[in-house]
Design a protein around this ligand. Structure first.
Ligand code: AFP
Length: 341
Protein backbone atom coordinates (compact mmCIF):
# COMPACT_ATOMS: atom_id res chain seq x y z
CA UNK A 1 0.00 0.00 0.00
CA UNK A 2 1.29 3.44 -0.88
CA UNK A 3 0.94 5.16 2.52
CA UNK A 4 1.98 8.52 1.20
CA UNK A 5 -0.70 8.49 -1.51
CA UNK A 6 -3.24 7.22 1.04
CA UNK A 7 -2.37 10.02 3.45
CA UNK A 8 -2.81 12.49 0.61
CA UNK A 9 -6.23 11.10 -0.26
CA UNK A 10 -7.46 11.43 3.32
CA UNK A 11 -6.03 14.88 3.96
CA UNK A 12 -8.33 16.88 1.76
CA UNK A 13 -7.42 20.46 0.96
CA UNK A 14 -10.77 22.09 0.28
CA UNK A 15 -10.92 25.51 -1.31
CA UNK A 16 -12.12 27.04 1.98
CA UNK A 17 -9.24 25.45 3.91
CA UNK A 18 -6.83 26.69 1.25
CA UNK A 19 -8.08 30.28 1.46
CA UNK A 20 -8.15 30.18 5.27
CA UNK A 21 -4.51 29.03 5.21
CA UNK A 22 -3.66 31.93 2.90
CA UNK A 23 -5.58 34.30 5.16
CA UNK A 24 -3.63 33.23 8.25
CA UNK A 25 -0.46 34.51 6.55
CA UNK A 26 -1.85 38.04 6.59
CA UNK A 27 -2.26 39.19 10.20
CA UNK A 28 -4.40 42.17 9.22
CA UNK A 29 -6.88 39.94 7.38
CA UNK A 30 -10.36 39.70 8.92
CA UNK A 31 -11.68 36.92 6.71
CA UNK A 32 -13.69 39.11 4.36
CA UNK A 33 -12.19 37.60 1.23
CA UNK A 34 -12.83 34.07 2.53
CA UNK A 35 -16.49 34.97 3.03
CA UNK A 36 -16.72 36.55 -0.44
CA UNK A 37 -15.12 33.49 -2.01
CA UNK A 38 -17.46 31.11 -0.22
CA UNK A 39 -20.38 32.98 -1.83
CA UNK A 40 -18.74 32.77 -5.27
CA UNK A 41 -18.22 29.04 -4.67
CA UNK A 42 -21.87 28.66 -3.73
CA UNK A 43 -22.87 30.33 -7.01
CA UNK A 44 -20.57 27.97 -8.93
CA UNK A 45 -22.04 24.90 -7.21
CA UNK A 46 -25.55 26.05 -7.99
CA UNK A 47 -24.77 26.72 -11.66
CA UNK A 48 -22.92 23.40 -11.93
CA UNK A 49 -25.94 21.56 -10.62
CA UNK A 50 -28.30 23.52 -12.90
CA UNK A 51 -26.09 22.86 -15.94
CA UNK A 52 -25.99 19.13 -15.15
CA UNK A 53 -29.77 19.01 -14.80
CA UNK A 54 -30.51 21.40 -17.65
CA UNK A 55 -31.90 18.83 -20.08
CA UNK A 56 -33.97 17.07 -17.42
CA UNK A 57 -35.29 20.17 -15.75
CA UNK A 58 -36.14 21.79 -19.08
CA UNK A 59 -34.08 24.76 -18.10
CA UNK A 60 -32.89 25.15 -21.67
CA UNK A 61 -34.98 27.47 -23.73
CA UNK A 62 -35.55 31.09 -24.39
CA UNK A 63 -36.05 33.40 -21.47
CA UNK A 64 -39.70 34.25 -21.30
CA UNK A 65 -40.88 30.91 -22.73
CA UNK A 66 -43.27 28.86 -20.66
CA UNK A 67 -42.90 25.20 -19.78
CA UNK A 68 -45.62 22.54 -19.83
CA UNK A 69 -46.84 23.61 -16.40
CA UNK A 70 -47.36 27.10 -17.80
CA UNK A 71 -44.57 28.46 -15.59
CA UNK A 72 -42.15 30.93 -17.09
CA UNK A 73 -38.82 29.31 -17.85
CA UNK A 74 -35.56 31.01 -17.20
CA UNK A 75 -32.72 30.54 -19.59
CA UNK A 76 -29.64 29.16 -17.82
CA UNK A 77 -27.62 32.33 -18.25
CA UNK A 78 -30.40 34.48 -16.80
CA UNK A 79 -30.80 32.08 -13.87
CA UNK A 80 -27.04 31.92 -13.27
CA UNK A 81 -26.85 35.70 -13.21
CA UNK A 82 -29.62 35.94 -10.62
CA UNK A 83 -27.92 33.36 -8.43
CA UNK A 84 -24.55 35.12 -8.54
CA UNK A 85 -25.98 38.60 -7.99
CA UNK A 86 -27.96 37.41 -4.96
CA UNK A 87 -25.07 35.36 -3.54
CA UNK A 88 -22.64 38.26 -3.93
CA UNK A 89 -24.96 40.86 -2.41
CA UNK A 90 -25.88 38.60 0.51
CA UNK A 91 -22.20 38.03 1.28
CA UNK A 92 -22.22 41.57 2.69
CA UNK A 93 -18.73 41.99 1.23
CA UNK A 94 -19.44 43.64 -2.14
CA UNK A 95 -20.20 47.19 -3.19
CA UNK A 96 -20.27 47.14 -7.01
CA UNK A 97 -21.12 44.24 -9.31
CA UNK A 98 -20.58 44.21 -13.06
CA UNK A 99 -22.17 41.29 -14.87
CA UNK A 100 -22.12 40.42 -18.55
CA UNK A 101 -25.89 39.96 -18.26
CA UNK A 102 -26.66 43.42 -16.91
CA UNK A 103 -26.28 46.57 -18.95
CA UNK A 104 -25.63 48.73 -15.90
CA UNK A 105 -23.40 48.08 -12.91
CA UNK A 106 -25.21 47.16 -9.67
CA UNK A 107 -24.43 49.39 -6.70
CA UNK A 108 -25.09 47.40 -3.54
CA UNK A 109 -27.35 49.01 -0.95
CA UNK A 110 -25.17 50.84 1.65
CA UNK A 111 -26.56 48.67 4.48
CA UNK A 112 -25.11 45.55 2.80
CA UNK A 113 -21.93 47.01 1.44
CA UNK A 114 -18.43 45.57 1.73
CA UNK A 115 -15.10 46.53 0.22
CA UNK A 116 -15.00 44.35 -2.89
CA UNK A 117 -16.14 44.90 -6.49
CA UNK A 118 -16.82 41.76 -8.47
CA UNK A 119 -16.85 41.67 -12.27
CA UNK A 120 -18.19 38.45 -13.74
CA UNK A 121 -19.66 36.55 -16.63
CA UNK A 122 -22.08 34.15 -14.94
CA UNK A 123 -22.32 31.73 -17.86
CA UNK A 124 -19.78 32.25 -20.58
CA UNK A 125 -20.12 30.24 -23.79
CA UNK A 126 -23.89 30.12 -23.53
CA UNK A 127 -24.30 29.31 -27.24
CA UNK A 128 -22.75 25.93 -26.32
CA UNK A 129 -25.35 25.08 -23.65
CA UNK A 130 -27.80 23.26 -25.85
CA UNK A 131 -25.22 20.78 -27.17
CA UNK A 132 -23.68 19.95 -23.80
CA UNK A 133 -20.26 21.48 -24.49
CA UNK A 134 -18.21 22.86 -21.56
CA UNK A 135 -19.18 26.33 -20.39
CA UNK A 136 -18.10 28.37 -17.40
CA UNK A 137 -18.26 31.31 -15.03
CA UNK A 138 -15.46 33.90 -15.07
CA UNK A 139 -14.82 36.41 -12.27
CA UNK A 140 -12.42 39.11 -11.12
CA UNK A 141 -12.24 40.96 -7.81
CA UNK A 142 -11.13 44.53 -7.07
CA UNK A 143 -10.96 46.23 -3.69
CA UNK A 144 -12.29 49.77 -3.14
CA UNK A 145 -10.62 52.46 -1.07
CA UNK A 146 -13.74 53.72 0.62
CA UNK A 147 -16.89 51.61 0.45
CA UNK A 148 -19.08 54.51 1.52
CA UNK A 149 -17.97 56.60 -1.44
CA UNK A 150 -17.90 54.38 -4.47
CA UNK A 151 -18.11 55.38 -8.11
CA UNK A 152 -17.87 53.40 -11.33
CA UNK A 153 -14.17 54.32 -11.51
CA UNK A 154 -13.53 51.61 -8.92
CA UNK A 155 -14.16 48.98 -11.62
CA UNK A 156 -12.68 50.94 -14.52
CA UNK A 157 -9.21 50.01 -13.36
CA UNK A 158 -6.46 48.13 -15.18
CA UNK A 159 -6.53 44.38 -14.70
CA UNK A 160 -3.19 44.44 -12.88
CA UNK A 161 -5.06 46.03 -9.94
CA UNK A 162 -7.26 42.96 -9.52
CA UNK A 163 -6.91 41.25 -6.18
CA UNK A 164 -8.07 37.86 -7.40
CA UNK A 165 -9.46 36.21 -10.50
CA UNK A 166 -10.74 32.82 -11.50
CA UNK A 167 -13.14 30.71 -13.44
CA UNK A 168 -15.28 27.68 -12.90
CA UNK A 169 -15.64 25.25 -15.78
CA UNK A 170 -18.76 23.11 -16.05
CA UNK A 171 -17.39 20.24 -18.11
CA UNK A 172 -16.76 16.53 -17.67
CA UNK A 173 -15.91 17.62 -14.13
CA UNK A 174 -16.54 20.92 -12.40
CA UNK A 175 -13.21 22.71 -11.95
CA UNK A 176 -12.56 26.00 -10.23
CA UNK A 177 -9.28 27.73 -11.05
CA UNK A 178 -8.26 30.58 -8.77
CA UNK A 179 -5.47 33.07 -8.27
CA UNK A 180 -5.25 35.47 -5.37
CA UNK A 181 -2.07 36.95 -6.77
CA UNK A 182 0.43 34.30 -5.68
CA UNK A 183 0.19 31.55 -8.26
CA UNK A 184 -2.72 29.60 -9.68
CA UNK A 185 -4.50 26.63 -8.13
CA UNK A 186 -7.19 24.33 -9.50
CA UNK A 187 -9.92 22.69 -7.42
CA UNK A 188 -12.29 19.97 -8.59
CA UNK A 189 -15.78 19.55 -7.20
CA UNK A 190 -16.27 16.22 -5.46
CA UNK A 191 -20.03 15.83 -5.96
CA UNK A 192 -20.34 13.32 -3.12
CA UNK A 193 -18.82 15.80 -0.64
CA UNK A 194 -20.11 18.98 -2.29
CA UNK A 195 -16.63 20.41 -1.82
CA UNK A 196 -14.00 21.75 -4.20
CA UNK A 197 -10.78 19.81 -3.52
CA UNK A 198 -7.31 21.02 -4.50
CA UNK A 199 -6.39 18.81 -7.47
CA UNK A 200 -4.10 21.09 -9.50
CA UNK A 201 -1.73 22.86 -7.09
CA UNK A 202 0.50 25.66 -8.38
CA UNK A 203 -0.40 25.45 -12.08
CA UNK A 204 2.39 26.57 -14.41
CA UNK A 205 1.72 26.92 -18.12
CA UNK A 206 4.35 25.25 -20.35
CA UNK A 207 6.74 27.88 -21.77
CA UNK A 208 6.02 26.77 -25.34
CA UNK A 209 2.98 25.00 -26.74
CA UNK A 210 1.88 22.83 -29.62
CA UNK A 211 -1.73 24.02 -29.83
CA UNK A 212 -3.28 27.20 -31.22
CA UNK A 213 -6.89 28.10 -30.58
CA UNK A 214 -8.77 30.62 -32.69
CA UNK A 215 -11.95 31.01 -34.72
CA UNK A 216 -10.38 30.62 -38.17
CA UNK A 217 -13.68 31.44 -39.83
CA UNK A 218 -12.75 35.08 -39.30
CA UNK A 219 -9.38 34.71 -41.09
CA UNK A 220 -10.30 36.72 -44.17
CA UNK A 221 -10.71 39.83 -42.01
CA UNK A 222 -7.58 39.43 -39.81
CA UNK A 223 -4.72 41.89 -39.69
CA UNK A 224 -1.18 41.09 -40.90
CA UNK A 225 0.44 39.88 -37.64
CA UNK A 226 -2.43 37.51 -36.78
CA UNK A 227 -2.45 36.10 -40.32
CA UNK A 228 1.33 35.60 -40.24
CA UNK A 229 1.27 33.94 -36.82
CA UNK A 230 -1.46 31.45 -37.74
CA UNK A 231 0.26 30.73 -41.07
CA UNK A 232 3.42 29.90 -39.13
CA UNK A 233 1.46 27.58 -36.81
CA UNK A 234 0.33 25.62 -39.85
CA UNK A 235 3.39 25.86 -42.10
CA UNK A 236 6.41 26.36 -39.82
CA UNK A 237 9.56 27.20 -41.78
CA UNK A 238 12.09 26.39 -39.07
CA UNK A 239 11.77 22.61 -39.18
CA UNK A 240 9.25 22.53 -36.29
CA UNK A 241 6.13 20.38 -36.54
CA UNK A 242 2.90 22.22 -37.33
CA UNK A 243 0.76 23.05 -34.31
CA UNK A 244 -2.62 21.43 -33.70
CA UNK A 245 -5.76 23.54 -33.86
CA UNK A 246 -8.28 23.18 -31.02
CA UNK A 247 -11.23 25.55 -30.72
CA UNK A 248 -14.27 24.94 -28.56
CA UNK A 249 -15.79 28.41 -28.73
CA UNK A 250 -16.17 28.58 -24.94
CA UNK A 251 -13.45 30.83 -23.57
CA UNK A 252 -13.29 29.01 -20.24
CA UNK A 253 -12.74 25.63 -21.89
CA UNK A 254 -10.24 26.96 -24.45
CA UNK A 255 -8.28 28.85 -21.80
CA UNK A 256 -8.35 25.90 -19.37
CA UNK A 257 -6.81 23.62 -21.98
CA UNK A 258 -4.24 26.30 -22.86
CA UNK A 259 -3.31 26.71 -19.19
CA UNK A 260 -2.79 22.98 -18.66
CA UNK A 261 -1.28 21.91 -22.00
CA UNK A 262 0.34 25.14 -23.18
CA UNK A 263 -0.15 26.94 -26.49
CA UNK A 264 -2.03 30.06 -27.37
CA UNK A 265 -5.63 31.27 -27.37
CA UNK A 266 -6.41 34.24 -29.55
CA UNK A 267 -9.44 36.34 -30.29
CA UNK A 268 -7.92 39.04 -32.45
CA UNK A 269 -9.32 42.21 -33.93
CA UNK A 270 -10.62 41.92 -37.45
CA UNK A 271 -11.97 44.30 -40.07
CA UNK A 272 -15.54 43.72 -38.92
CA UNK A 273 -14.75 43.90 -35.18
CA UNK A 274 -11.79 46.23 -34.67
CA UNK A 275 -11.96 45.65 -30.90
CA UNK A 276 -12.32 41.89 -31.12
CA UNK A 277 -15.21 40.20 -29.38
CA UNK A 278 -14.21 39.45 -25.81
CA UNK A 279 -15.04 41.77 -22.94
CA UNK A 280 -12.24 43.42 -21.03
CA UNK A 281 -13.53 43.36 -17.46
CA UNK A 282 -14.91 39.86 -17.10
CA UNK A 283 -13.19 37.87 -19.88
CA UNK A 284 -9.88 39.42 -20.89
CA UNK A 285 -8.68 40.64 -17.46
CA UNK A 286 -9.42 37.57 -15.29
CA UNK A 287 -7.94 35.19 -17.89
CA UNK A 288 -4.90 37.43 -18.41
CA UNK A 289 -4.38 37.62 -14.64
CA UNK A 290 -4.43 33.82 -14.40
CA UNK A 291 -2.08 33.43 -17.39
CA UNK A 292 0.50 35.79 -15.93
CA UNK A 293 0.23 34.16 -12.53
CA UNK A 294 0.89 30.79 -14.19
CA UNK A 295 3.99 32.11 -15.99
CA UNK A 296 2.39 32.92 -19.35
CA UNK A 297 1.59 36.24 -21.00
CA UNK A 298 -1.42 38.15 -22.29
CA UNK A 299 -1.22 40.81 -24.99
CA UNK A 300 -3.85 42.92 -26.75
CA UNK A 301 -1.94 43.52 -29.99
CA UNK A 302 -0.84 46.88 -28.58
CA UNK A 303 0.08 46.38 -24.93
CA UNK A 304 0.21 44.01 -21.96
CA UNK A 305 -3.45 43.17 -21.46
CA UNK A 306 -3.41 43.87 -17.71
CA UNK A 307 -2.18 47.44 -18.33
CA UNK A 308 -5.25 48.36 -20.35
CA UNK A 309 -7.42 51.00 -18.67
CA UNK A 310 -11.09 50.38 -19.57
CA UNK A 311 -13.38 53.34 -20.05
CA UNK A 312 -16.65 51.38 -20.26
CA UNK A 313 -17.81 48.40 -18.26
CA UNK A 314 -18.67 46.27 -21.30
CA UNK A 315 -15.67 47.33 -23.40
CA UNK A 316 -14.08 44.74 -25.72
CA UNK A 317 -10.47 44.09 -26.61
CA UNK A 318 -8.50 41.81 -28.88
CA UNK A 319 -6.55 39.23 -26.85
CA UNK A 320 -3.63 36.83 -27.34
CA UNK A 321 -2.86 34.76 -24.27
CA UNK A 322 -1.01 31.63 -23.35
CA UNK A 323 2.52 30.21 -23.21
CA UNK A 324 5.25 32.79 -22.73
CA UNK A 325 7.12 32.02 -25.97
CA UNK A 326 4.00 31.94 -28.15
CA UNK A 327 2.84 35.37 -26.97
CA UNK A 328 6.40 36.62 -27.40
CA UNK A 329 6.16 35.65 -31.09
CA UNK A 330 2.92 37.56 -31.53
CA UNK A 331 4.44 40.60 -29.84
CA UNK A 332 7.41 40.47 -32.21
CA UNK A 333 5.10 40.32 -35.25
CA UNK A 334 3.14 43.38 -34.07
CA UNK A 335 6.38 45.24 -33.30
CA UNK A 336 7.71 44.42 -36.79
CA UNK A 337 4.53 45.72 -38.37
CA UNK A 338 4.74 48.93 -36.41
CA UNK A 339 8.32 49.46 -37.53
CA UNK A 340 7.38 49.14 -41.18
CA UNK A 341 4.36 51.46 -40.87
P1 AFP B 1 -21.33 33.01 -26.26
O1 AFP B 1 -21.51 33.21 -24.77
O2 AFP B 1 -22.22 33.85 -27.11
O3 AFP B 1 -21.38 31.54 -26.62
O4 AFP B 1 -19.86 33.54 -26.61
C1 AFP B 1 -18.76 32.90 -26.05
C2 AFP B 1 -17.57 33.80 -26.11
O5 AFP B 1 -17.83 35.02 -25.47
C3 AFP B 1 -16.32 33.14 -25.54
O6 AFP B 1 -16.58 32.27 -24.49
C4 AFP B 1 -15.70 32.47 -26.73
O7 AFP B 1 -14.31 32.36 -26.62
C5 AFP B 1 -16.08 33.35 -27.89
O8 AFP B 1 -17.25 34.07 -27.47
C6 AFP B 1 -16.40 32.60 -29.13
O9 AFP B 1 -16.71 33.47 -30.16
P2 AFP B 1 -16.94 32.97 -31.66
O10 AFP B 1 -18.20 32.17 -31.67
O11 AFP B 1 -17.03 34.24 -32.46
O12 AFP B 1 -15.74 32.15 -32.06
Amino acid sequence: MDHEAEAHRTDLMTITRYVLNEQSRHQESRGDFTILLSHIVLGCKFVCSAVNKAGLAKLIGLAGETNVQGEEQKKLDVLSNEVFVKALISSGRTCILVSEEDEEATFVDPSLRGKYCVVFDPLDGSSNIDCGVSIGTIFGVYMVKDKDNVTLDEVLQPGKNMLAAGYCMYGSSCTLVLSTGSGVNGFTLDPSLGEFILTHPDIKIPKKGKIYSVNEGNAKNWDGPTTKYVEKCKFPKDGDSPKSLRYIGSMVADVHRTLLYGGIFLYPADKKSPNGKLRVLYEVFPMSFLMEQAGGQAFTGKQRALDLVPTKIHQRSPIFLGSYDEVEEIKALYAAEENTA
